[in-house]
Design a protein around this ligand. Sequence first.
Ligand SMILES: Cc1ncc(COP(=O)(O)O)c(C=O)c1O
Length: 369
Amino acid sequence: MGMNGSNLSVPMGRMYISEEMREVTMDILESGSWIKGPESKKFGKEWAEYCGAVGGSPCSNGSVALIAALRVLGVKHGDEVIVPSHTYISSATCISIVGAKPVFVEIEEEYYTIDPKKVEEAITQKTKAIIAVHLYGQPVNPEIFEIGKKNNIPVIEDAAQGHGGKLNGKMIGSFGDIATFSFFPSKNMAVGGDGGAITTTRMDLVEKIGKFIDHGRTSKYINESLGTNFRLSEIQCGIGRVQLRSLDSWVIRRNEIASKYHDSFESLPWAREPKIREGALHAWHQYVLRVPDRDKFQEYMKENGISTGIHYPIPCHLQPVYLDGGFGSEENLEKTERICEEIVSIPVFPLLSDEEVEHVISTIERFEG
Ligand SMILES: Cc1ncc(COP(=O)(O)O)c(C=O)c1O
């Protein structure tokens, strides 16, 4: 029992499993068509349409989606790619995996997303792409896409946390040249395992993406260009199609919870609340507070049965993988390093009950920060 006498135990996420998902899974299993069948085609089409893109493909996960995106854009050894350091490590390692160099830049502190001014300053002759991460579900500053166009540099939206978010009525995934998504179980939408998708707003990239994730094939025995197997299974695509039908309502529920949190936490003197970009429908993959004494806060939440998380405690440029090998950032990323000490994520997933939301609120309100 928690300190306030509540028996509630609130996790950071909970799986959505429906009868329809069970039926689809069994039907596909029994059909014997486990890969490259009708579900993959339909899911690829429906997902691209949902995102306001012209095409794309489901793929194995959000990390390989980023690798595929860089490959189809021709990014290679010796090139530079601009990326925020405050993100999940995949946004950076995809760059190193294709042999290019991640150039880490600062974020806009109040929105947690890449700072357009810093992007402009970081552009060199070697810059071949920009990765803009819609972190926590916050749409990135749209100036990034103008900077990309002006300098003829493609922009990849890393939308692994942005499913269903919008800016000025335009879907996340419809802004850049390419967008990549993850359907990891905790994401805004899932596929019953690891999963991902790549979408594009450019007709010239549609076929390239489809080919890259399937061995560069033009027919069964002809491998025209370099590719590999980054496909997603039929069962997972089928599950994804069912989940997609609920995505909008889940994003609405996430916003409802976030707005209750906002009303309750805005007057707390010890916490800094997340800000929403003007014109945004935030996808609220994470609801992130800034709390100076984070250890004490997390311990207190745990004692009250509420899980919390840190997304992410170590910025990419300070990860061991980037401290050696000459990839360390040249720039001082003071804001990124500062916020990593204070950020803490609290449960905001759509299956939270009203009672659980109230428990989170009343617990936080009683915290002596
Ligand atoms: C911002 C970001 N990019 C990329 C990824 C990688 O996705 P996956 O875990 O599906 O490989 C994630 C997911 O964890 C993420 O949050």
